[in-house]
Design a binder for this molecule. Structure first.
Ligand SMILES: Cc1ncc(COP(=O)(O)O)c(C=O)c1O
Length: 388
């Protein structure tokens, strides 16, 4: 490893540049296959589904950043999660935290259920509940912390202790934090997954997924699955991701600074009912999050008064983009109930607190006062359209 400092590793980690030419940027090996040197002799690269130097540079980089043993790059976050779920078998049970990304719920509910892999939704922020839900069939706990979209905090080391006692794996979706702010493997987790589409890519210009595991055996099994099922990340997208990761540190610092400013504004606004942000001392998991992560991140959720016109709020935004996704340079806002979490049945949605007036904001890198002004205007528009 070239440094103990993540700021340096973000730029020089993995395979740094090109040995052959001295190029400082990893070359894009846009090739499907590689010439055989000799009959019957295995070689490093043979076919790009199995291994590609640009993808390998990225896979080595994310492995170093997360402090794992092996890393894998996939065509999307969902392809990465799907590959991880393929580690399990018919008859196994996976516990998922109650606020996981809707797509994670959907792939378990609609795809893996067909193959006999069952799931149970548990509020993993309550370790007592988790302990009760773990049975002999439970092979893994898949959690997000902060979880999407209520930013609920789960104690990673606490879950690991409960899981290990029963021989289950702990899988953490680290999309919202990135290894710059939180390193689940150092807290004992076995597998980290990412929608690298978000902060790691950082520019809303690509879709990608990453997995890092903490032991070689899991690494071998995942490489087998990656090669067998083929959901790999392409060379150009691997390069784009390496490029994005170089600036992750400076971007995250600015994301967090802007988020804190917006949270202060929201807290004072009479039109806002509730603000969800792990950096608030009053938030339930504040102390746990402070111990397991370096900063609260830049995802902020809030509810606006039910009387206000939601459609007018979204229409009233001019700088902040109304759309899916998060973690880009540009601020993005979404309505979880009809967008990211629409695949969760309404009864479950309400049970887990995803109300219809909930708004999720991914705070971008724009000027923070411009962002507040945009929110002010949109809230004024929502008020004008408000129902009596
Ligand atoms: C926390 C989280 N995990 C996984 C995913 C899925 O990733 P992708 O959209 O790259 O397939 C998302 C997408 O929004 C996400 O927010």
């Amino acid at each position: 490893m070239k440094s103990d400092h993540i700021e340096t590793l973000l730029i020089h980690g993995g395979i740094d540049g090109d040995e052959r030419t001295g190029a400082v940027s990893v070359p894009i090996y846009q090739t499907s296959t590689f010439r055989k040197n000799a009959f019957g002799e295995p070689q490093n690269y043979e076919y790009s589904r199995t291994g590609n130097p640009t993808r390998e540079a990225l896979e080595t980089l994310i492995t170093e950043l997360e402090g794992g043993k092996a890393g894998f790059a996939f065509a999307s976050g969902m392809a990465a999660i799907t590959a991880v779920l393929m580690l399990f078998q018919s008859g196994d049970k996976i516990i998922i935290s109650n606020n996981v990304y809707g797509g994670t719920f959907r792939v378990l509910d609609k795809v893996f259920a067909q193959f006999g892999l069952s799931y149970e939704i548990v509020d993993t922020s309550d370790l007592g509940l988790l302990e009760k839900a773990l049975d002999s069939k439970t092979k893994a706990i898949l959690l997000e912390t902060p979880a999407n979209p209520l930013l609920t905090i789960t104690d990673i080391a606490g879950v690991v202790a409960v899981a290990k006692a029963k021989g289950a794996l702990t899988i953490v979706d680290n999309t919202f934090m990135t290894p710059y702010l939180q390193k689940p493997l150092e807290l004992g987790a076995d597998i980290v997954v990412h929608s690298a589409t978000k902060y790691l890519g950082g520019h809303s210009d690509m879709v990608a997924g990453l997995v890092v595991v903490n032991n070689e055996e899991l690494g071998e099994r995942l490489h087998f699955i990656q090669n067998a099922t083929g959901g790999i990340l392409q060379p150009f997208d691997s390069w784009l991701l390496i490029r994005g990761i170089k600036t992750l540190g400076v971007r995250m610092d600015r994301h967090v600074e802007n988020a804190r400013h917006i949270v202060e504004f929201l807290l004072q606004s009479p039109d806002i009912e509730k603000v969800y942000y792990p950096g608030l001392e009053s938030s339930a998991g504040y102390e746990i999050h402070r111990h397991q992560a370096l900063a609260p991140g830049a995802m902020v959720s809030f509810t606006i008064s039910r009387k206000q016109d939601l459609a007018k709020f979204f229409q009233g935004l001019h700088l902040i983009t109304f759309g899916e996704s998060l973690g880009g340079a540009e601020s993005l806002v979404c309505h979880p109930a009809s967008m990211t979490h629409a695949s969760i049945p309404v009864e479950i949605r309400h049970k887990i607190g995803i109300e219809d007036n909930l708004i999720r904001l991914s705070v971008g890198l724009e000027n923070k006062d411009d962002l507040v002004n945009d929110l002010k205007k949109a809230l004024a528009a929502a008020k004008q359209g408000q129902m009596d």
